[in-house]
Structures are given as structure tokens and as C-alpha cells.
Design a protein around this ligand. Structure first.
Ligand code: SIN
Length: 279
């Protein structure tokens, strides 16, 4: 069966049809998938019946799986596959749903992952969609004054416990202008495979922009997020069991929605793929 690749919106995403990733695919199909991934930044591949090892093999079409930072969520037999579940609890026994505000994965690492992929295992009967915003499209549409402000800036990213995420303003105010407890990345990065510029911003992890006062940093982050998450840059995915979605962390931010009944299990497998230092 021939594969089909159909854009999902004008700016981001494509749905792939006619492919069964639980089996070996030929080199030409793998190439088409990799090209579509780079061109569209996000691929939806529905109706995949895969267990964890098959999901790992499917992810390897696009890159090399790497270990995720919170080991307690990794599958014991397949530690490069982690779970994202709405049954996770804090030490105090409270539900702790991760990924519910805009972010890009593991940006606090010197070489953050190029991609993340999720496989839907169990879903609530309604709600629990995931949103992605294309930061390359958002960069292209920046107003001139904002583009002049962001070009050349460096952002310091650091991991913090997000069980009670402080506001952007609080995090910025707690930092200073020293990158010793974080990793600095350019705010505007160039995609290593297609040369496109995009805004590399993780509103959840950026502590500050070097050389900028905390108040201006917080205001700039908020303005950029408002701009980048305008509807024309966003794709919202309504999950079905067996959906595999893979996206390019180098040019996308994403967030999960919590508008569903928490008595119902929402469980996805997650794999992240090795990346390189942003430039
Ligand atoms: C994530 O942030 O990786 C998870 C997104 C989701 O649960 O939809």
C-alpha cells in the first residue's frame, strides 16, 4: 500500500496514512517519513498497534532514543520508553499531570532532544487533546520591533521542580544574570536540517535572558508566548488509541490539556530522540 502524507494545517503537521510501523519498512518509505518530519515539524500516524519494543523500533526511523530525566517513569524492561499518565502522584499523594503548560522537552540539557514521540495507550472518553505551536512560523511573523529585540539574545534554561510551577515573573526574579546553574541557548535558533529560523523558547524552564533585567525578561517571555500560540501557528490533536505523534522539538512547543474526567485513565508512551546543541 502506498503511503500518503496530508498536511494538517497551513503551518504545521501532516497525517501519514498507509503505513504499519509495527513491521519493518523499506528505506524509501523511511526517507519519505524523515523528509515529511523535517518539512512539517509534526507527523500523526494513526492506528498503530505497537508494544513498547515496536514503538522503539518505529522511533528509531527518526533518530536515536535517549534516556529521559525522570527515571521513575521509565518502563522497567524498556527504560528508553517512559509513561505519561494522569495517575502520577506527588509524594503528598496529589495528582501530578505533567506537560500542561507550553514547553519544549528537556531544553535544560546542553544538547536537547531533536524530537519527542508519543503513542496513545489509554484515553479518556473525551478531552485530553495536545496542542503544538510552530515556532518557525511564529518567528517568520514576528513584528519588526520584536524581531529586533530577540535576535542575538541568549536564554538560560534550568530544570526546576514543576509540581507547583512558579510564574514566569517569580522564576525570573529568583535568578541572576549568571548561567552557572543552567544552560544557555540562543533564543533564535537555526534548524540544522532545513536552515529555517525559529524561536527556541521554553516558558517553563527559561530563567532569564542574559543581560536583561528580570522584569523585561518576564514581559518578553509573555509577549513571545502570546504571539507564538496564535491559532494560525497551532495544531490541536484529538487522540485516538494507537495514534503515534512525533514532533520536532527544535521548532515546536507543546502542551497537554486537562479538560477531562480524571477518573478515566490517560496513558501515553513517550520516547525522546537525541539532538544537538542549538545554534
Ligand atoms: C508531554 O509534554 O510530553 C506530554 C504531552 C501530553 O501528555 O499530551
Amino acid at each position: 500500500m502506498a503511503i500518503s502524507i496530508t498536511p494538517l494545517t497551513d503551518t504545521i503537521g501532516a497525517e501519514v496514512g498507509g503505513v504499519d510501523l509495527s513491521r519493518l519498512i523499506d528505506a524509501e518509505t523511511a526517507d519519505r517519513l524523515r523528509r515529511a518530519f523535517v518539512d512539517r515539524a509534526l507527523l500523526v500516524i494513526r492506528d498503530q498497534k505497537m508494544d513498547a519494543p515496536q514503538f522503539l523500533a518505529a522511533a528509531r526511523i527518526f533518530g536515536e532514543p535517549v534516556r529521559q530525566n525522570l527515571a521513575k517513569f521509565n518502563l522497567p524492561d524498556h527504560p528508553d520508553v517512559a509513561t505519561i499518565s494522569n495517575q502520577e502522584k506527588t509524594n503528598a499523594g496529589k495528582i501530578n499531570v505533567r506537560g500542561v503548560s507550553w514547553h519544549t522537552d528537556h531544553s535544560f540539557q546542553p544538547e536537547p532532544p531533536k524530537a519527542t514521540t508519543l503513542l496513545a495507550v489509554s484515553l479518556p472518553s473525551r478531552g485530553g487533546d495536545t496542542d503544538w505551536a510552530h515556532m518557525g512560523a511564529a518567528y517568520d511573523a514576528l513584528p519588526d520591533d520584536l524581531r529586533a529585540e530577540v535576535d542575538g539574545l541568549e536564554a538560560v534554561h534550568a530544570f526546576t521542580d514543576t509540581r507547583v510551577p512558579p510564574s514566569v515573573a517569580e522564576r525570573i526574579a529568583a535568578g541572576d544574570d549568571d548561567a552557572s546553574d543552567g544552560v544557555a541557548h540562543p533564543l533564535i535558533r537555526t534548524h540544522p536540517e532545513n536552515g529555517r529560523k525559529s524561536i527556541y523558547l521554553n516558558p517553563l524552564r527559561v530563567r532569564r535572558f542574559r543581560g536583561m533585567t528580570p522584569g523585561r525578561c518576564a514581559a518578553l517571555i509573555e509577549r513571545l508566548v502570546r504571539h507564538a500560540t496564535r491559532p494560525e501557528f497551532v495544531y490541536t490533536h484529538r487522540w485516538r488509541p494507537g495514534d503515534m505523534v512525533i514532533w520536532d522539538n527544535r521548532c515546536c512547543i507543546h502542551k497537554a490539556n486537562t479538560d477531562y474526567d480524571f477518573q478515566e485513565l490517560r496513558l501515553l508512551y513517550r520516547i525522546i530522540l537525541a539532538g544537538d546543541r542549538p545554534h
